[in-house]
Structure formats: structure tokens, C-alpha cells
Design a protein around this ligand. Structure first.
Ligand SMILES: *[C@@H]1O[C@H](CO)[C@@H](O)[C@H](O)[C@H]1NC(C)=O
Ligand SMILES: *[C@@H]1O[C@H](CO)[C@@H](O)[C@H](O)[C@H]1NC(C)=O
Ligand SMILES: *[C@@H]1O[C@H](CO)[C@@H](O)[C@H](O)[C@H]1NC(C)=O
Ligand SMILES: *[C@@H]1O[C@H](CO)[C@@H](O)[C@H](O)[C@H]1NC(C)=O
Ligand SMILES: *[C@@H]1O[C@H](CO)[C@@H](O)[C@H](O)[C@H]1NC(C)=O
Length: 453
């Protein structure tokens, strides 16, 4: 048994030496005459396996050409706070090993073999932006062709640093870089090339990514600048991966509800100011909006100030402004109906000017005409305005004695004042409502324009 083992070992050595001697001349052809009976004979490859610690070249002044391509198969996470892109990709490497060649005709027609990658020399290509330990699964295999061309694919989960700009969230595009380079080998020892064209990489990746996730692949570009570190020059290939967020989730969950709430807020100006319902309604809306913001906070990026935050702040301030306006109008109306102060002359003339039909503010004018004498409003705290106003222009009632007449005149003047102030309040309300609408339209259009650039 022991003797046999020694004999076998001796035979191994003989074989290796003979192979090496044989290869010394022109090529390193592998003798595969035993392939048929025992599958692939490991002895035939032993010489190659033993050399795996060294770069496989016959002349060390010739650099190894490694062709690179990759397929981006998933974009798992984009972390705006840490500025990290987590993606999953298949890296394909191709290079030539001149020590592996065989004649397929001798070797029962085999022209391609898989060999466990542990037994081969592998180029140390890595992604420069990668911020994480490369979690490549162990025990990968490589394809080896009869001309010695080795094709090695490895899956990688890459957490790479990427300069993310979330200002346009959720309509944002990002441009991330993958730089493939060798750890150690300078341009004297290793040159990088492309295995496929960039558009092929883009096309394959796009077809795979298309169906999944929040991010859509826009395109991949390539640049091949050399990188110099000290006096060493390294070859590298940079891929610019442009991705775009699919915004529908955010539009449905953030923009649309917010827009509805603001629209309701704007419409609530049509609730009559006298009824006293408007302020509570607006406060309820404001509360509802705050709850909405609290709930949706998780969907927003954790860092930076995206435009959408500005939009939310704008919606909130619109609501607060409209509430303040309502409080102001309510105060004016209350003042008008309880104890109207004398109206300044300029205000009076302005009011007259505006309420004369077909002048500056048509809505206010209509409202004003209605309120001014013809159909007086029934406000709380006013005593029978219809009769008072109706009686006022008839001076022919001689039966009334002097004091009663004076009182009536006083009442009528007060009523006139009340009407003027109420009319003024309505005018202010309309004016402020129009200003509010103008402000809302301008700000929303500004935000939309900013988003579109
Ligand atoms: C290959 O090895 C076999 C023995 O295993 C030997 O008979 C044959 O001559 C060798 N062929 C070459 C081309 O060296
Ligand atoms: C190795 O390659 C270099 C450049 O191609 C050449 O000058 C040199 O002679 C080669 N050496 C051998 C041993 O073939
Ligand atoms: C690398 O790609 C170039 C151009 O596509 C090709 O000529 C060369 O044979 C390839 N080399 C390897 C090792 O695949
Ligand atoms: C990408 O592939 C599809 C089919 O898979 C093909 O129709 C399309 O033309 C390709 N795009 C480019 C840019 O070649
Ligand atoms: C990504 O950035 C690089 C350099 O910063 C630029 O050359 C490339 O055109 C950009 N790609 C896109 C799609 O914007």
C-alpha cells in the first residue's frame, strides 16, 4: 500500500517534470490521453495548479490582458444619509492562461472545462468605490477553454459610495460610479479591456432590473482614465451608472393628499365668514395636515433638504395664513356688528369707489351692493335692520315726536356704519382670498418648475 503510494507520487513527479520539460520548447500542451477512461485526469492539470501563485505569463515583461464586463442585476438600496448605493452585480472577467492549452481532438472533443477557481490564478480586480467587504460566495468555478482563455464570473453585493443629491426627491436621478481596477498590478503587469460593449451591458442590465424595485436604470457610460498613485500607474475602467427613482409611490402617498388638503383649505373660503364655522374647519384641516406629515415622515429622505420638504412647509404655511386671515375677518365682523368705530374718510371713499358697479373688485362690489341697504344681512346683535333701513328714506312721518326721531336717526346712522364695516370686511375677505390664491398658484408653479429642471 505504502509502496504503491510512493510509486504513484514518483509517477506524478515524473509526469510533471516531463510535462514541464515538454512545455519548455514551444507550448504548454496538456496531455489528456487519459481523459476518456477516468473523466478528467487531475494529474494533467497539476502543473497548472501548482503555478497558481504566479501570474500566468511566459515572459514577465508582457502584461496580462483582463477583459471586464458586468451585469447590474439589482439596485437594493440607496441611502441618502450615508451616501451609499447598495447594488448586486455579476462581474465577468476574462484572461488568458498560456499554460493551459490542449488539443480538443486528442481529448475526446472536449474544448471547454470548468475548473474550481481556487486552483487557478485570479486577477485581483475590485471596485474602488466599494465600502464593504466583498461578500463573494466561496467555491466558484471558472470556464477554461482549450486555448487557455479563462472566463470567471462572480456575483457581488456592492455597497459603494456615491454622491447622492436628493434635492429633487422624489423625481431625482443619481449618477454613481463603479471603478474597476487592480489592487496591485500596475500597467506593466495588467491591462484592462472591455469584454462587451457598454450598450450591451446597459441593455442586459436594463432588461434584468426593469421588473423590480424603486429604481430604473437610465444608462451606463464608460471612461478609461489611468490612475497614478505615487510613481505607479494603474489601469482602470470607470462605469457611470445613471439611475432614476420611480416616483409613483411618493406622488400617491405624499403629493396628492397634501394637494387635496390645500385645495380643501382654499375652498373653505366659500364658507360664509359670519357663520363662525370657517375657523374651526380650518383648524381641523391644520391638525389633519400635521398628522399626515407625522405619518409620512418615514417616506422622506433622512438627510438634506429636498424640494418636497419645502413644498410641505409651503402647504402648511398656506393653511396657517388662511387661518390667520379667517381670524382677522372674524374680528372685523365682530367689531362691525358690536360697536362700529367711525370709518376714516379715505376708507369710506375707497369703499364707495370699489363698490360702485364695474370697478376694481367685481366680487366685492356685488357683495357690497347686496349688503348695502337693499337686502341687509341678518347679523346677530342687529335689531330689525329691514324696518330701520326701509323707514329711513321716508321723512314724511310727521307723527313721530323729536326725541324718538333723534333716536331713530342715531340708530339709522349706526346701522349705516355697521353696513359699511360689514361690507368692508367682505371686501377684505375677497381681497385676501385672491391674494392667497395668487400666492398659492405662484408657489406651486415655482415648485413644479424647479422639479422639472
Ligand atoms: C500522453 O500520456 C500518455 C500516457 O499517459 C502517453 O502514452 C502519450 O504518449 C502522451 N502523449 C503525449 C503527446 O505526450
Ligand atoms: C520578453 O518580452 C520582451 C518585450 O516583449 C522582450 O524584449 C524580451 O526579449 C522577452 N524575453 C524573453 C525571455 O523572451
Ligand atoms: C479582450 O477584448 C479584446 C477586444 O474585444 C479582444 O481582442 C481580446 O482577445 C480579449 N481578450 C481576452 C483575454 O478576452
Ligand atoms: C436591447 O435589447 C433589445 C432586445 O432585447 C433590442 O430590441 C434593443 O434594440 C436593444 N437596445 C440596443 C440599444 O441595442
Ligand atoms: C455621470 O457623471 C460623469 C462624470 O461626473 C459624467 O461624465 C456622465 O456623463 C454622467 N452621466 C450622466 C448620465 O449624467
Amino acid at each position: 500500500m505504502e509502496g504503491g503510494w510512493f510509486l504513484m507520487r514518483g509517477c506524478f513527479l515524473c509526469l510533471i517534470i516531463s510535462l514541464l520539460l515538454q512545455g519548455e520548447g514551444d507550448t504548454f500542451t496538456i496531455n489528456c490521453s487519459g481523459f476518456d477512461q477516468h473523466g478528467v485526469d487531475p494529474v494533467a492539470f497539476q502543473a497548472v495548479f501548482d503555478r497558481k501563485a504566479f501570474r500566468p505569463v511566459i515572459n514577465y515583461s508582457i502584461p496580462t490582458h483582463v477583459n471586464i464586463s458586468f451585469t447590474l442585476s439589482a439596485i437594493l438600496e440607496v441611502d441618502a444619509q450615508l451616501q451609499l448605493l447598495t447594488s448586486f452585480l455579476w462581474m465577468d472577467l476574462m484572461w488568458d492562461n498560456p499554460f493551459i492549452t490542449w488539443n480538443p481532438e486528442e481529448c475526446v472533443g472536449i474544448n471547454k472545462l470548468t475548473i474550481s477557481a481556487e486552483n487557478l490564478w485570479l486577477p485581483d480586480i475590485f471596485i474602488v468605490e466599494s465600502m464593504d467587504v466583498n461578500e463573494t460566495p466561496p467555491h466558484l468555478t471558472a470556464y477554461v477553454s482549450s486555448e487557455g482563455r479563462i472566463k470567471f464570473d462572480k456575483p457581488m453585493r456592492v455597497t459603494s459610495i456615491c454622491n447622492l443629491d436628493i434635492f429633487y426627491f422624489p423625481f431625482d436621478q443619481q449618477n454613481c460610479t463603479f471603478t474597476f481596477s487592480s489592487f496591485l498590478y500596475t500597467v506593466d503587469s495588467m491591462l484592462l479591456g472591455m469584454d462587451k460593449e457598454v450598450w450591451e451591458i446597459t441593455n442586459t442590465s436594463r432588461n434584468i432590473i426593469q421588473t423590480q424595485g424603486e429604481w430604473e436604470l437610465l444608462g451606463i457610460n464608460k471612461a478609461t482614465p489611468k490612475m497614478s498613485v505615487g510613481s505607479n500607474l494603474y489601469d482602470q475602467i470607470m462605469f457611470y451608472v445613471a439611475i432614476r427613482r420611480r416616483p409613483s409611490l411618493y406622488v400617491i402617498n405624499l403629493l396628492v393628499p397634501s394637494g387635496f388638503l390645500v385645495a380643501i383649505d382654499a375652498l373653505s373660503f366659500y364658507l360664509p365668514a359670519e357663520s363662525g364655522n370657517r375657523a374651526p374647519f380650518k383648524i381641523t384641516l391644520l391638525l389633519g395636515y400635521n398628522v399626515f406629515l407625522l405619518m409620512m415622515n418615514d417616506l422622506l429622505p433622512a438627510s438634506g433638504t429636498p424640494l418636497i420638504s419645502v413644498y410641505f412647509a409651503l402647504c402648511l404655511s398656506l393653511m396657517v395664513i388662511s387661518l390667520l386671515e379667517t381670524i382677522f375677518i372674524t374680528y372685523l365682523l365682530h367689531m362691525a356688528t358690536s360697536e362700529p368705530p367711525p370709518m376714516p374718510q379715505w376708507l369710506h371713499s375707497l369703499l364707495l369707489h370699489c363698490t360702485s358697479p364695474r370697478k376694481c373688485c367685481p366680487t366685492a362690489a356685488q357683495k357690497g351692493n347686496k349688503d348695502l341697504g337693499l337686502t341687509p344681512t341678518h347679523l346677530p346683535g342687529m335689531k330689525e335692520p329691514v324696518e330701520l333701513v326701509g323707514k329711513m328714506p321716508h321723512p314724511g312721518k310727521a307723527e313721530l315726536n323729536g326725541s324718538a326721531r333723534a333716536q331713530q336717526e342715531y340708530k339709522a346712522r349706526k346701522q349705516h356704519m355697521v353696513d359699511l364695516w360689514v361690507e368692508f370686511s367682505h371686501m377684505m375677505d375677497t381681497l385676501l382670498f385672491h391674494l392667497y390664491l395668487l400666492f398659492m398658484a405662484t408657489s406651486i408653479i415655482t415648485v413644479i418648475v424647479l422639479w422639472n429642471t
